[in-house]
Design a binder for this molecule. Sequence first.
Ligand code: 2P0
Length: 337
Amino acid sequence: MTTPRQATAVAPSNIALVKYWGKRDLDLNLPATGSISVTLDTLRTRTSVSFEPALEQDDFRLNGEDAPAHAARVTRFLDLVRRTYGVGEHARVETANDFPTGAGLASSASGFAALAVACDAALDLGLTTEQLSVLARRGSGSAARSLIGGFAEMQPGVAADGSDAFATALAAPEHLPLRVLVAVTTRAAKSIGSTEGMQRTEATSPFYGAWVAATRADLDAMRAALAAGDLERVGVIAERNCLRMHATMLGADPGLLYWNAATVDVMQAVRLLRESGVGAWFTIDAGPQVKVLCAASDEARVAQRLADLDGVVDILAAGPGAGARIVEDDALPKEQA
Ligand code: 2P0
């Protein structure tokens, strides 16, 4: 007699070309600066959510197993949804990633984007893309960008309530023939999560103020490079912004060193590729994997060079793709419709 309050969504990961590292409000999860990213066509999360009156607490499963390490964060997000939209029921949440588990790849962006979209549909909230992006941001700052396909810009906003801190579209996926090769250098999970790492950086790195100023300039430069469809400029700005972020993290106390030896090997190999005339640029997030940007025409050569490195245990390839969306119940993540 009651309609099931259930829906399934798929959301992709995204890679920041100009990074988000710092918050202006911890409770509302508001970023200190904007960021620019490319939403990927692989590395996706599929999440089913079902709000059920019989449940006494939320039930969360990741890749078919209990995941207590993530459950508290998911429940905090569901509590926010319940509080904001007057929902009483607890929820059953089943989520799966289509990328290798334990690859040390962050899944909070795709995970919270998928959960926000699934909750909206299950509860028939009718949220706009902007409102969905705001909601996903409360789960994880980078998730706000996975709502948008292609190239997205996260707006830091100025409103105290965070209602204008959401991602907007900069360009469609086909705007730039960009490929992203993820050089996986370890399968171990990272030691310090982004939220904690950001807080430590803001509180203790003497370079933090300079990072915020440099990022604002990099955002302007990246927007112009994307508008011009200039892959080389995009690559140069992305690599420099990544190094500036890591320099700021390294300046924290104690310093945040997310790299391992193979991470540095990949960075050197990318620079050697460039010296030999191949357009390739690296970017690295809060972990040891290296994302290498290149043109589709150079992908095979770049992938071969990365595969030749001893410390590279896997290479995942992606291109720009569609944003988060609802799928039929049993659908596996599919290529974009
Ligand atoms: C980014 N990262 O722009 C940056 C670059 C990692 C390095 O966004 O605290 O998991 O949940 O908002 O989104 C990772 O941080 O952090 C991230 P929270 P999130 O992609």
